[in-house]
Design a protein around this ligand. Sequence first.
Ligand SMILES: NC(=O)c1ccc[n+]([C@@H]2O[C@H](COP(=O)([O-])OP(=O)(O)OC[C@H]3O[C@@H](n4cnc5c(N)ncnc54)[C@H](O)[C@@H]3O)[C@@H](O)[C@H]2O)c1
Length: 211
Amino acid sequence: MKISVIGTGYVGLVAGACLADMGNNVICVDSNTEKIDQLKNGIIPIYEPGLEELIKANSRENRLIFSDDIHYAVQNSDICFIAVGTPQGEDGSADLQYVLEAAKSIAKSMNGYKIIVNKSTVPVGTAEKVKELISQNTNYPFDVVSNPEFLKQGNAVDDFLRPDRVIIGSDSEKATRNFSTIILVFFFFFIGINHTFYIFRKIFFVPIRVR
Ligand SMILES: NC(=O)c1ccc[n+]([C@@H]2O[C@H](COP(=O)([O-])OP(=O)(O)OC[C@H]3O[C@@H](n4cnc5c(N)ncnc54)[C@H](O)[C@@H]3O)[C@@H](O)[C@H]2O)c1
C-alpha cells in the first residue's frame, strides 16, 4: 500500500518506519523542515531500540521517504495517517488544532479516494469533526478511521509491531474492512498479536481474542 504519515514525531516516525518494514511505501511528513532535513541526512531525532536500523534499512530500499510537502505525500498515497501532537489545553482537554490543521491540509491535497486514519490521542467525537472539516474542503470521496496508538516510549518499535491491543473504528464498513484486512493479515501471518483486537463500527465492538 502507499501510505503517508502526517506528523513525524514519536508516534509518526515509529509507525512510518514499521509500516515501511511491513512492505508498504511510506512518506513521512512533518511541518518542521529542520526535522525532515535531519531525517533525510540519517539523523534520527529520538532514540528507540531498533528504530534507527529500521529507518536506515527501509530508506535504503526507498520504501521510506521523508518530506515537508504534505500535498505531494497525500497525492502519492491511498491511506493518510494523522499522527500529530494533541497537547493538553488549559482545561486538561486535548488541543485538537494540529489534528484539524492536518485534516484540512489532507483535504486540500486530495486527488481521489483516501482512507484517513487518525492515530493521535483524541476525545470521542473527533472523527466526526475531522469528517466534517474534510467534506468542507474536498469533493473527493474519503473515509475516516480511528486507530489510536498505545506504544510506550522506550519500547515503541516492539509495542507497534507486537501490540497487546489494536483498535480500529469507522462508520464506513468498507474502510473498516479494508484497513482491518491490511492490519490483520500482517499480525496473523507475520508477527502475531499478543492479546486482543477490537474492530468497531459506530458503537458495536467486536473483540477478537487472538491468543
Ligand atoms: N509519544 C507517545 O509515547 C505516544 C503514545 C501513544 C499516543 N501518543 C499520541 O500520539 C500523538 C502524537 O504524539 P507524538 O508524541 O508523536 O507527538 P510529537 O509532538 O512528538 O510529534 C508531532 C509532530 O507533528 C508535527 N506536526 C504538527 N502539525 C503538523 C501538520 N499540520 N503537518 C505536519 N506535521 C505536523 C510536529 O512538527 C511534530 O513533529 C499524540 O496525540 C499523542 O498523545 C503518543
